[in-house]
Structures are given as structure tokens and as C-alpha cells.
Design a protein around this ligand. Structure first.
Ligand code: NAD
Length: 354
């Protein structure tokens, strides 16, 4: 069969708006639930406690130990806690780490989830769950982990520091950029990816200039939704493989790693997928999508070098080895030497080769 297009569409009730988090009780009601377990990281325990107050009698408990990469031992404690307090739904308030914990609980218990995102990572819009056990990160896709409800409240993203705002937005843009050359993309996923990229490119400068601008924050949250949704619909390639390797094996921070690697991975793939990536050139200006993203990242004052996040130059050989073992399908053939050169440039903070 040729030219078969597959569209994976699911219904996730998604609401945008300042203060929308205060409608969480109504959303719990709509799910037919009455005992919510609120999740957060330790850093966002205040937000979790406020959420429990908003939930009032619908709050069954609060668990504030979500951690990056969803460690299985934390999930097991959280599942036990959910059972102890007889939770009948999950309310996750935070970034991808907290959403990941909620998904991991849902995977094991089938509890419905309401997610209130406070970064742009986009995990709330995907049926994908990454988990870590014995220092090994694995990823699964299951409709069971896709949240039932998302409440995008721009007031909650105001507290995200500007650097994290920029890196998280570039993390979101990475999903959309790789969607443009995905082997299973469709005209619909292309349109969604471009909607996400456009929302970020248009909205981010306003957020950086004025982090409390709720209209700009909401525009970027809409971008995060589009980028996250397209991530859940198509397969990712070299960029995500590199970030998965760097995060999983070298413990580099998630959003920052995406931000640094993105222009390099896209410049690499522009050699084979210039036509697919042309909409990024049209959006940002310039003849190469990777170089255009590099300039945009510079303009947003994004971090540009992996060396700034603790990666040693002596790690690069191993990183290149791991990233080229079982590579994801990729438009430009992946060779160890080419990836080693890409990583050297990303480590040092040079402009991408193209
Ligand atoms: P994060 O959730 O780890 O948040 C980083 C830090 O910022 C945490 O300490 C958090 O509490 C804090 N924070 C978050 N929002 C804040 C706010 N508004 N104000 C102040 N502090 C805030 O980071 P992330 O980049 O959102 O998520 C990364 C994780 O998400 C990774 O584990 C990644 O693998 C996962 N992820 C999964 C998917 C998926 O589809 N499964 C998609 C994207 C990311």
C-alpha cells in the first residue's frame, strides 16, 4: 500500500484561560469523581497545597515528590498513597515531571487525570510515558496514560523563570520541528506543527520582554498544546534520540538539552529534508532551518552549549556511540562520525554546521 495516511485523534477536554484552574472542582465532578490526589514536585508544593484548598472536600491527598524522568520507586510510593487515601482521580500541577508521575499512576491504576501544566513541555497532550528504573529510561505509548482533562492557566506559568521559559518553549518547538519530517506525518500533522511553531515564535518574544503578560503566556500555552499534540501523533527522529541519550545517560536537564541540541539536529537533517523544513525558514527567515532556529535561540538568550550543563568533552565519544546505536528513523543517514561532530559543536556552543 502506498500513500496511506493515519490520523491518531483522541478526545482530551482542553480549557485555556486565566484562572481556569479554579474550575478544577467542576472538572472533577464531570469525571464523576470526588477524591482527587494532587501531585507536584517538592519545588511546587505551595501550588499543590493551594490546589488542594481549591478542591476543598474533593481533595483526598497531596503527594509532592514528583521527580525528573519518572523514577519507578517514586511512582510505587505514589500508587500506594493513592490507594491509602482512596483517590478516584489525579490532579497534576506542574511540568513534564509531575505530569509523568500522574501518567505513571494512571498506567498502573486507570485513574483519570486532570493536568494543569506550568511549563511548555507538552507531555499532557501525549499518550507517551517515559520511566526510569535502575538508571535506565524506557518509553511506552498507551492510550491509558493520555490525560482526560487539561487546564491551561497562564497565571501559573508566570512564575516559570525566563531562562526555563525559553528552554521549555524550545523543547516544545522541537516536537513540532521533528514532526515536519516524520515518516508518518500527514497534511494535518504538518498544519498542527506549524501552528505550534508559529504560536511560539510569535508569542515568546513578548513573554521574555514581559513575563507577566498573560495574553502572551496564553498564546505560548496554545503553542505548547499544538506541539505536544503533534508529538503524540507522529514518530520523532534524531533530535529526540540525542536528547533522550543525553538526559538518560548523562543526566542533563531536559528542557535545556532540547534547547541546545535543536538547531544542530535540524541543521543536520536539513541536508536531506530541506523541503519539509522550508516552512521553518519561511517563518523565521534564512535559508537553513537549523541556522534560523539557532538565531532565534540566540535572540531569546537561550543557552547554547552543553558544556554549561555538566557534560564533559570526554563524554562525547560515548554519547555519539549511544545515540547511533538503534537510531530512530531519520531523514539524513546517521553515522557515528557525523553525530560526534554535531555533539562537539553543541557541546562547545558553536553555530550548527550546515
Ligand atoms: P520539570 O517538570 O522537571 O520542571 C523543572 C523544574 O521547574 C521543577 O523543579 C518544577 O517544579 C519547576 N517548575 C515547573 N513549572 C514551574 C513554574 N511555572 N514556576 C516555577 N517553577 C516551575 O520540567 P519539564 O521540562 O516541564 O519536564 C521534563 C520532563 O518531562 C522530562 O522527564 C521529560 O522526559 C518529560 N516529558 C515527557 C513528555 C511525554 O510526552 N511523555 C513530553 C515532554 C517532556
Amino acid at each position: 500500500m502506498v500513500n496511506v495516511a493515519t490520523i491518531e485523534a483522541s478526545t482530551v477536554r482542553t480549557l485555556f484561560g486565566a484562572s481556569i484552574r479554579h474550575s478544577v472542582r467542576d472538572e472533577v465532578d464531570r469525571l464523576g469523581c470526588a477524591r482527587a490526589l494532587v501531585l507536584s514536585t517538592p519545588q511546587q508544593s505551595d501550588a499543590a497545597m493551594e490546589m488542594a484548598e481549591t478542591l476543598g472536600t474533593y481533595a483526598a491527598g497531596v503527594f509532592c515528590r514528583a521527580a525528573m524522568h519518572t523514577p519507578v520507586e517514586v511512582t510505587e510510593e505514589a500508587v500506594a498513597h493513592a490507594k491509602d487515601v482512596q483517590a478516584d482521580c489525579i490532579v497534576s500541577i506542574g511540568g513534564g515531571s509531575t505530569t509523568g508521575l500522574g501518567k505513571a499512576i494512571a498506567y498502573r491504576t486507570d485513574l483519570p487525570q486532570i493536568v494543569i501544566p506550568t511549563t511548555y513541555a507538552g507531555s499532557e497532550a501525549t499518550p507517551i510515558l517515559g520511566q526510569t528504573e535502575n538508571a535506565i529510561k524506557t518509553t511506552l505509548t498507551d492510550p491509558k496514560v493520555l490525560p482526560e482533562v487539561i487546564l491551561y492557566d497562564p497565571e501559573l506559568v508566570v512564575s516559570l523563570p525566563v531562562e526555563m521559559t525559553v528552554t521549555s518553549a524550545l523543547n516544545a518547538m522541537a516536537h513540532a520541528a521533528e514532526a515536519l519530517y516524520a515518516t508518518d506525518r500527514t497534511a494535518e500533522t504538518d498544519a498542527l506543527a506549524m501552528e505550534g511553531l508559529r504560536a511560539m515564535v510569535d508569542g515568546l518574544p513578548g513573554v521574555v520582554a514581559s513575563p507577566e503578560d498573560l495574553a502572551a503566556r496564553e498564546a505560548t500555552l496554545r503553542g505548547a498544546w499544538a506541539c505536544g499534540t503533534v508529538l503524540g501523533q507522529v514518530g520523532m527522529a534524531l533530535h529526540h534520540k540525542l536528547c533522550h541519550t543525553l538526559g538518560g545517560t548523562f543526566d542533563l536537564p531536559h528542557a535545556q538539552t532540547h534547547a541546545v541540541v535543536l538547531p544542530h539536529a535540524i541543521a543536520y537533517n536539513a541536508r536531506a529534508a530541506a523541503t519539509e523544513l522550508q516552512p521553518i525558514c519561511d517563518l523565521l527567515g534564512g535559508a537553513n532551518a537549523g541556522a534560523a532556529l539557532h538565531k532565534f535561540a540566540q535572540r531569546m538568550n537561550a543557552p547554547l552549549a552543553l558544556r554549561d550543563f555538566g557534560l564533559q568533552e570526554s563524554d562525547l565519544d560515548r554519547a555519539a556511540e549511544l545515540a547511533t546505536t538503534k537510531p530512530y528513523p531519520n531523514p539524513q543517514p546517521v553515522t557515528r562520525d557525523d553525530i560526534r561532530a554535531l555533539l562537539q559543536a553543541a557541546w562547545a556552543g558553536y553555530a550548527p554546521h550546515h
